[in-house]
Design a protein around this ligand. Structure first.
Ligand SMILES: *Cc1c(COP(=O)(O)O)cnc(C)c1O
Length: 360
């Protein structure tokens, strides 16, 4: 038995993989694979529409929002967001809570657009999320950009910040579909599917219709939200297999009880691991401050750094893989996405306790 704690591409529900394996060679009795079908075929169109509809239903997406499927990963959204939302003279506020926020900010500059850093947790190694009092928001900003879950540092917003009349743009790549969303504060969300929603190649964007019209000139057709919104995300060939996988994952989440159930399950699973960090605080040092602990990526160091390589190697021997931390933080990172079963977290907890007893 292997438990995969990789940050992404990441663990998928075994039932999803089993169903995909069967249908990969024979899609609903067609004797054809979904990979071989035209994206204009009836069979694919049903999958495509069902994925869009299921996404809307599970997230309770308000009617004023469009749901679109694009490619290029969340990294392409770092550019598409300012390209579409910032016109001549416009400025945006960015809250910097880690490497992905930094990349998003960098891209605004690459495009020659304007943004301000309205808050940052960099001075304490991105170990916390700035509180509303720590933010310096511009009420004329076109949007405030946040990263809801910081995959590398292991921090996550507890609630979305109140930014008054300025709407939030949120990179939700690594906590996508892990909990319900507060749409009142949001203007746009985006994320790659490969962490919590399926496989690489698909990026989901939801945006308020007010933000659809591109405010820059000379933007390629493929990089305009309107292109995809007006064609039901079928302007060109979509990543058919990734959409199909997303659809299976969405049905799996529905069968688990939806996003509220998912959120409770995720908190419980992560809580088991955080409890060990707290119990053996002289041995394990959590990176994230208490308030900011992520339920998706749990980051920690060993007080004795020399033991970290041993920890990963022994864990792998015990069937716990993908635990090596990102080089920016070092140490250990356990990613406990939706599809990580509670048994996986329990196995990690048991391993961590045994490791303290034998090495402590
Ligand atoms: C992984 C990740 C990205 C990058 O996603 P790609 O789809 O590889 O471009 C961006 N933001 C966050 C928060 C991530 O976790």
């Amino acid at each position: 038995m292997i438990y995969n704690f990789s940050p992404g591409p990441a663990v998928l529900p075994s039932r999803v993989l089993e169903e995909a394996a069967v249908q990969l060679v024979d899609f609903w009795g067609s004797d054809m694979s979904i990979l071989e079908m035209s994206h204009r075929s009836k069979a694919y169109e049903e999958v495509h529409q069902d994925a869009l509809d299921m996404w809307r239903r599970l997230y309770a997406v308000p009617m004023e929002f469009e749901v679109i499927f694009v490619q290029g990963g969340a990294s392409t959204q770092f550019a598409m967001v300012p390209l579409n939302l910032l016109g001549e003279g416009d400025s945006a506020d960015y809250i910097c809570t880690g490497s992905w926020s930094q990349k998003a900010i960098k891209e605004v500059g690459v495009l020659g657009k304007k943004c301000r850093i309205a808050g940052s947790s960099e001075e304490r190694e991105f170990s916390y999320i700035p509180t509303p009092e720590q933010l310096d928001l511009d009420e004329r900003a076109r949007y405030v950009h946040i990263t809801t879950n910081n995959t590398i540092y292991g921090t996550q917003y507890g609630t979305l910040p109140d930014t008054g009349s300025v709407r939030l743009v949120a990179d939700i790549s690594s906590d996508m579909l892990s909990q319900p969303l507060d749409w009142d504060r949001l203007g746009l969300i985006y994320g790659g599917a490969q962490k919590n929603a399926g496989v690489a190649g698909l990026t989901v964007v939801c945006l308020h219709r007010d933000l659809l019209k591109c405010r820059s000139t000379g933007v390629p057709t493929m990089l305009q939200y309107e292109t995809h919104a007006s064609t039901n995300s079928l302007y060109n060939t979509p990543p058919v297999f990734a959409v199909y996988m997303l659809n299976l994952v969405l049905h799996w989440i529905e069968a688990q009880g939806g996003l509220s159930a998912m959120a409770a399950h995720n908190r419980h699973k992560a809580g088991l691991v955080y409890q060990v960090l707290d119990q053996y605080a002289e041995f394990y040092c959590g990176h994230a401050e208490l308030q900011a602990r992520s339920s998706m990526n749990i980051t920690f160091r060993l007080a004795n750094r020399d033991l970290e390589a041993r920890f990963c190697a022994d864990a792998e021997g015990a069937g716990l893989v993908g635990l090596k931390g990102h080089r920016a933080v070092g140490g250990i990172r356990a990613s406990t996405y939706n599809a990580m079963p509670v048994e996986g977290c329990q196995a990690l907890v048991d391993f961590m306790q045994t490791f303290v007893r034998t090495k402590g």
